[in-house]
Design a protein around this ligand. Structure first.
Ligand code: SF4
Length: 357
């Protein structure tokens, strides 16, 4: 038997154990009995960008790809409830400005979009062995990367699109454990491939989209070297990776944050330690109230019931239902579902030295 821990499960565990316990498929697995489709602008824009960066169309004229990307956006927005027209229009305008801006700074070649991974979690105390839960089940970590690209130096980067009404602090990106863990997991899933780091592609949802934006700086001679391939395994010929580079304007910002082997090893250890905690037989469950998370928590009513001694089971039975198994997501263009059982034999070229892979 295999217990699968996802990146979002992990985040929920860190945020509030009570909410995680109520909602995680590993625990009680409740969800709100509500079939309304949430208005998720980020999901709609990501669907469009998965088409924009589809590897098989990367050499196509962008004027041909643009309507296809908008079509993908509209397919998601069409499922939103009535009254979301303003958000849908905002997303279209944001996307329109993005596809004007991006070609000047897309100095890479996409290799994969929207691709799943699933890897066994090593025991943090003995990384040669894989971790097992208290019930003996194998523990796996699963996730989905939004975009994998190769740059002009033959270095691979994971990229993630962030839609927010603020810029992320630089330290917030450097501390992004989810990004470091995804780099580690991807390398483990595709043995033989080194990931240089994460590209954070930020889109501001509160920006003035009517104002004229400065054109992107003319790329330097190194950055315009054509990549010219989409192979999954090539060795980078550059000697160093810049730690952090950033470019953008008032609406879009792109930050390249390299991830060292030390960081990836730490991410692996933290994942193992958390997975062990999450599956421990004597895990303590308690609430962690903080209004920024409680204000958007779907389990506020049963949480308040538990705190005040009201019958929480009745609250759950009335307004919640057991979470169904996660449906298989329709494969996206350029996406591949890849499990640990289907790994291609890696080429044996010089990997960075590790002791426990
Ligand atoms: S309301 Fe707050 S404390 Fe209660 S479960 Fe939700 S996040 Fe946790």
């Amino acid at each position: 038997m295999v217990s699968v821990i996802t990146a979002s499960d992990r985040q929920a565990f860190k945020r509030c154990r009570r909410a995680w316990d109520l909602g995680s498929p590993l625990r009680q697995g409740w969800e709100r009995a509500d079939d309304r489709v949430p208005v998720d602008l980020g999901a709609a824009v990501r669907a469009a960008l998965a088409v924009w960066y589809f590897p098989g169309m990367w050499e196509w004229d962008r004027a041909i790809v643009r309507p296809l990307a908008f079509e993908a956006y509209r397919r998601v927005a069409a499922g939103w409830p009535a009254g979301a027209d303003e958000v849908a229009a905002l997303g279209e305008r944001l996307l329109g400005r993005y596809v004007e801006w991006a070609p000047a700074v897309d100095r890479f070649t996409p290799v994969r979009v929207e691709t799943d991974f699933q890897v066994a979690i090593p025991d943090p105390a003995d990384p040669v062995r894989d971790l097992a839960g208290a019930d003996g089940s194998a523990l796996h970590f699963a996730g989905r990367i939004e975009l994998l690209v190769v740059d002009a130096f033959d270095a691979y980067w994971l990229a993630t699109h962030r839609l927010q009404d603020r810029w992320a602090d630089l330290d917030e990106l450097v501390l992004d454990e989810g990004g470091a863990t995804a780099c580690w997991a991807w390398e483990r899933s595709f043995l033989g491939m080194d990931i240089a780091g994460v590209i954070y592609n930020e889109l501001r949802t509160d920006a003035d989209l009517d104002r004229e934006l400065p054109t992107a700086a003319t790329p330097g001679p190194e950055s315009v070297v054509p990549v010219g391939h989409r192979r999954m395994y090539v060795r980078s010929d550059r000697s160093t990776v810049p730690e952090i580079t950033r470019e953008g304007n008032e609406v879009f910002r792109r930050t390249w944050v390299s991830r060292s082997l030390v960081e990836l090893e730490r991410a692996r250890r933290h994942l193992g330690a958390e997975a062990r905690d999450m599956t421990s037989a004597d895990l303590a469950i308690y609430p962690a109230p903080a209004w920024d998370i409680c204000s958007v928590c779907e389990f506020r009513p049963p949480c308040i019931a538990l705190n005040t001694g009201v019958d929480a089971e009745a609250v759950l039975a009335k307004s919640y239902r057991p979470r169904p198994p996660v449906p298989e997501q329709e494969g996206r263009l350029g996406g591949v579902t890849w499990s640990i059982g289907r790994g291609a034999a890696p080429p044996t070229f010089g990997r960075r030295p590790t002791t426990d892979r």
